[in-house]
Design a protein. Structure first.
Length: 136
């Protein structure tokens, strides 16, 4: 990856080429994203490393976007899923966001609270009401 960026390639592209998403058997991933990975797989052997990567070069902060894109979700400039409102519902019906994907990187205590509040919203959408209290 360092060679690619030192040669002038943008960091996000270098990351996507060297650490691709598990695309071959993903039936939900859009075809154009699979085509991107298939094209670059002909040029180099990808690294079969971890599934979650956070990277930075001091200016760009990035994360693998394939999971959000696979569900038709958009990310904002801080790599958070764009929301429909101040709650946990996204612009895609039936998909909710919580924790780091909603708030951005933060403490685990916040992530737990976000998860509880998202569960309440899911419950409300499915049942029409919720017995789950809001996390304080």
């Amino acid at each position: 990856m360092e060679f690619l960026t030192m040669s002038g390639m943008d960091l996000p592209l270098a990351v996507m080429i060297t650490i691709p998403a598990p695309w071959e058997h993903d039936r939900y991933m859009r075809q154009e994203i699979k085509d991107f990975y298939r094209y670059y797989a002909t040029m180099m052997e990808p690294w079969d490393g971890p599934t979650s990567i956070l990277f930075t070069d001091g200016e760009i902060l990035g994360a693998e976007k394939y999971a959000a894109e696979g569900f038709g979700l958009e990310l904002d400039g801080r790599l958070r899923v764009k929301k429909k409102n101040d709650g946990h519902r996204t612009q895609v019906p039936g998909i909710y966001t919580a924790g780091d994907m909603r708030r951005g990187q933060f403490l685990v205590v916040w992530a737990i609270r976000e998860g509880r509040n998202a569960a309440r919203e899911v419950d409300e959408d499915l049942m029409g009401y919720s017995n789950l209290g809001a996390a304080e």
